[in-house]
Design a protein around this ligand. Structure first.
Ligand code: UD1
Length: 424
């Protein structure tokens, strides 16, 4: 176990390259199970990516890292069972289900448990896979999935544009017999990246002007070389750090278009931005203004993953900000930790009211989840004194070299061993 010690109150200043997107790399790694030899560049070095590679290895593929790339070579017939231990290591492992079924014609996985964002049901994944011809039974906490013959195309309309369900349909339907039409699909940039990967491997996926996905099934997917898009949430987090602590930052290797719902909030807070297609400069010099209302929505709306880091910055704004969380039921677990640092936040149901305070102070705090953990680090960078941040394994799931990047901006943050820490 390790922890961060963060000596806050230091303005940040510097340049950062944004790493590849975790949420794009994970479904692409799952899809690589049904492609030929895959080379995935800009694949971030994260514990969630390691967990995905471990699942691939268990399923009979060779997954190897070479610098910023991961190569995947699926071998033999493959294994259709993912053990519980591997399923639990990575919360988004459900995205392997479509790939395993497409590869083996069956799959057995443990039901993913609840997670730190509240219950994370998979009913939309299962209903969509059933439409493609998968027979699913539940057996003592396990899901048994079976296809008689080949997966077949279908008309599917998602009641909610679930990111993971869209990914499972894209992967499975790419190898189904016939055409699948997916309505109300998620439109996140990470979905577009998965489609690009699959099409580069020989899939036939089209996005209609109405926003439907048409997937013409093919028999095989071939060799593919792909570069993962930049991580828009990591980019947003570093911008939040500068908004909270003050100073300036230049982000490189970023896709500004993917952040078009996020950047206006920094302007509303009084930060100065210079936006180019693949770089963003931002400076916060004076006071931070509050945010009238931040509502999380599916893309192209404001991303739920950026809600907690932005809230951490709003804690030190001059005035009251309102947040409305529309995607996950329980996404305010970072609130009590920020309050321990002196933040004034009242959260009830979907709404959080943040009354800005002149300064946060140091405390012993815990990462409650990946983005919540990053938010608490953002708060600590703006706080007076030395904050002890525990359970940082959450942050390592989604941020490559988090403390190194912040140190490069002049932050005083260090990772130290924490042998007896409580696991949150
Ligand atoms: C993905 C992202 C996560 C992000 C989220 C929303 C990855 C690895 N993770 O998660 O970082 O916060 O999108 O942008 O890409 N739901 C159901 N039934 C289902 C599926 C989902 O009710 O079968 C609900 C969920 O409980 C949640 C909402 O739909 O309330 C959104 O979930 P979804 O879009 O599926 O998110 P994930 O794919 O889990």
């Amino acid at each position: 176990m390790e922890k961060f010690i963060i000596a806050g109150g230091q303005q940040l200043d510097g340049k950062l390259k944004v790493h590849g997107a975790k949420n794009a790399a994970l479904p692409i790694l799952a899809a690589s199970l049904v492609a030929g030899h895959s080379t995935i560049h800009n694949c971030p070095n994260l514990t969630d990516v390691d967990a995905a590679c471990r699942i691939l290895t268990h399923l009979g593929a060779k997954a190897l890292r070479h610098g910023d790339a991961v190569t995947v070579e699926p071998e033999g017939e493959g294994i259709c069972y993912i053990p519980e231990e591997l399923m639990h290591r990575m919360r988004s492992s459900i995205v392997f289900l479509g790939a395993v079924i497409a590869r083996c014609g069956r799959a057995r996985i443990s039901m993913p448990g609840g997670c730190e964002l509240g219950p994370r049901p998979i009913d939309l994944h299962l209903a969509a896979l059933e439409r493609l011809g998968v027979e699913i039974t539940e057996d003592h906490g396990f899901l048994d999935c079976q296809v008689h013959g080949r997966l077949h195309g279908a008309q599917i309309s998602l009641p909610f544009p679930s990111v993971g369900a869209t990914e499972n349909v894209l992967i499975a339907a790419s190898l189904a017999q016939g055409e699948t039409i997916l309505k109300n699909a998620a439109r996140e940039p990470e979905i577009a990246d998965l489609i690009e990967f699959l099409n580069e491997a020989g899939a036939k996926i089209n996005l209609t002007p109405q926003g439907d996905l048409h997937i013409k099934g093919v028999k095989y997917l071939g060799e593919v070389e792909h570069r993962v898009i930049p991580d828009r949430i990591a980019a947003a987090t570093y911008l939040c750090a500068v908004a909270a602590a003050g100073g300036k930052i230049e982000l490189e290797d970023v896709c500004s278009e993917h952040l078009s719902a996020v950047l206006p909030y920094f302007e509303e807070m009084g930060c100065r931005l210079t936006i180019k297609p693949d770089s963003i400069q931002m400076a916060r010099e004076g006071i931070l203004h509050p945010l009238e209302q931040v509502r999380t929505m599916p893309y192209p709306g404001f991303p739920t993953d950026a809600q907690s880091p932005l809230m951490a910055a709003a804690c030190v704004a001059e005035g009251t900000s309102i947040f409305i969380e529309n995607i996950f039921e329980s996404r305010y677990k970072h609130v009590p930790e920020l309050c321990r640092m002196g933040a004034d936040i009242k959260a009830e149901g979907r709404v959080a009211v943040v009354r800005g305070v002149p300064a946060l102070h140091s405390a012993k705090v815990f990462c409650t989840d990946l983005r919540g953990g990053a938010a608490i680090a953002v708060g600590a960078l703006a706080a007076e004194g030395n904050t002890e941040l525990l359970s940082i394994e959450h942050i390592d799931r989604g941020y490559e070299n988090f403390e190194g990047n912040l140190q490069a901006l002049g932050a005083r943050i260090k990772r130290v061993p924490c042998p007896d820490s409580i696991h949150y």
